[in-house]
Design a protein around this ligand. Structure first.
Ligand code: NAI
Length: 349
């Protein structure tokens, strides 16, 4: 069904407030989740609310965190999220990074001890809206084999990048470093469909087309994606003194425990490298040039990264956001959660 953006925001915020978050934090999380839904990234939108509500209710998210921002050098800082909701901590840390980059040209902010923060495009677009380049990476729970391995070590460790143009368009690359998200395997299971060989491996490390035999996901582009995953884990885990690799806490393992996750923001102020107006003009130019590249057979137009989501957003803003009926019914119900996520093995059949 279709739901108006403001209404969806209100429903999500109300549910998370009921689950135990402060009004301010519930509003902050709702904003990030609705950003994902309105851009067609439904895997990180309203569908996550019930899981968060259960985790909040069970104590696995600090509902009264004390955020601490510590400047550690001319252009570096550490933001401690005290295991509150990751969305709000990551947003505030990006606000601080943007402020720092205004005067220092570049800012690197490590975000320590947070819960899951959702779709990273939200944070990098904050920087782009302030006229800067934003880069953000974060660790996630282990479910991916390192290249050549047969057991999971890394998470789907996403990378996001945004840059502003001279109009209101923003280049928005926002990608997991796995070929496919875990949700796509679950989707194939629910439909008893096979999956392409390139997505995942079984317990012996053989590529599998049977979604029920999947033991771990595969990185994008073999050793190259594996290397990127490692880079993300170094920046958002090892560098920040947090658990790393297969010691990163699992999304569903124990909902009473804090997750202690890490994220890393980098903001670059174009004014310290070139004329900022010219920079934006050249970004617009490259977007236009890409759109004019002769498309391959069967493709309507070459898009710049994020333009697919821009198209979805334009349609959803006009006609309402497409939301699964079951999720809407949960949001409008009195139920906080149905106790269905705790200790759920992501690889359970
Ligand atoms: P995806 O595969 O849907 O898109 C990846 C990128 O490709 C996007 O930048 C998208 O705009 C671009 N793209 C897609 N189609 C295109 C086209 N036709 N032309 C040009 N560009 C195109 O994204 P993925 O990898 O499934 O990630 C989904 C979300 O999951 C992201 O928001 C990511 O941040 C989030 N995520 C969050 C995690 C966390 O722990 N917080 C963990 C893993 C992912």
């Amino acid at each position: 069904m279709r739901v108006n953006r403001a209404k969806l925001n209100e429903l999500i915020a109300a549910k998370l407030h009921k689950a135990g978050l402060s009004k301010e934090h519930a509003d902050g999380v709702a904003d990030v989740l609705v950003h994902a839904d309105v851009r067609g990234i439904h895997s990180h939108g309203a569908m996550r609310v019930e899981y968060y509500a259960e985790r909040i209710a069970k104590g696995g998210i600090n509902t009264e965190p004390e955020f601490k921002f510590e400047k550690t050098g001319p252009c570096t800082a550490v933001f401690d999220g005290d295991n509150g909701v990751g969305h709000v901590a990551a947003k505030q840390a990006m606000d601080e990074a943007i402020k720092m980059a205004e005067s220092s040209g570049i800012a690197a902010v490590g975000v320590r001890r947070i819960g899951h923060s959702g779709a990273l495009s939200y944070f990098v677009r904050q920087a782009a809206k302030a006229g800067m380049i934003g880069i953000s990476v974060c660790q996630s729970d282990p479910m991916v084999v390192p290249f050549g391995g047969s057991e999971p070590y890394y998470g789907t460790n996403p990378i996001a990048f945004a840059a502003p143009s001279q109009d209101d368009r923003i280049i928005t690359l926002d990608m997991a470093t796995t070929v496919q998200a875990w949700g796509k395997i679950l989707h194939a299971r629910s439909r008893h469909e096979s999956i392409p060989e390139s997505w995942a491996v079984d317990r012996e490390g053989h590529p599998t087309t049977d979604p029920f035999k999947v033991n771990a996901l595969l990185p994008i582009a073999g050793p190259k994606g594996y290397g990127l995953m490692m880079m993300v884990d170094v920046l958002s885990g090892i560098l920040l003194g947090l658990p790393f690799g297969n010691k990163v806490s699992s999304m569903y393992h124990d909902l009473t425990e804090y997750r202690n996750l890490g994220q890393f923001h980098l903001v670059i102020n174009p004014a310290f490298f070139t004329d900022p107006g010219e920079f934006k003009q050249r970004i617009s130019q490259t977007m236009d040039e890409l759109n004019r590249i002769k498309p391959a057979p069967g493709i309507a137009q070459v898009l710049f990264p994020g333009q697919n989501s821009d198209h979805i957003q334009a349609e959803y803003e006009k006609n309402g956001i497409e939301i699964v009926d079951e999720i809407y019914e949960y949001l409008v119900s009195d139920i906080v959660h149905k106790n269905q996520y705790d200790n759920k093995d992501p690889f359970a059949k």
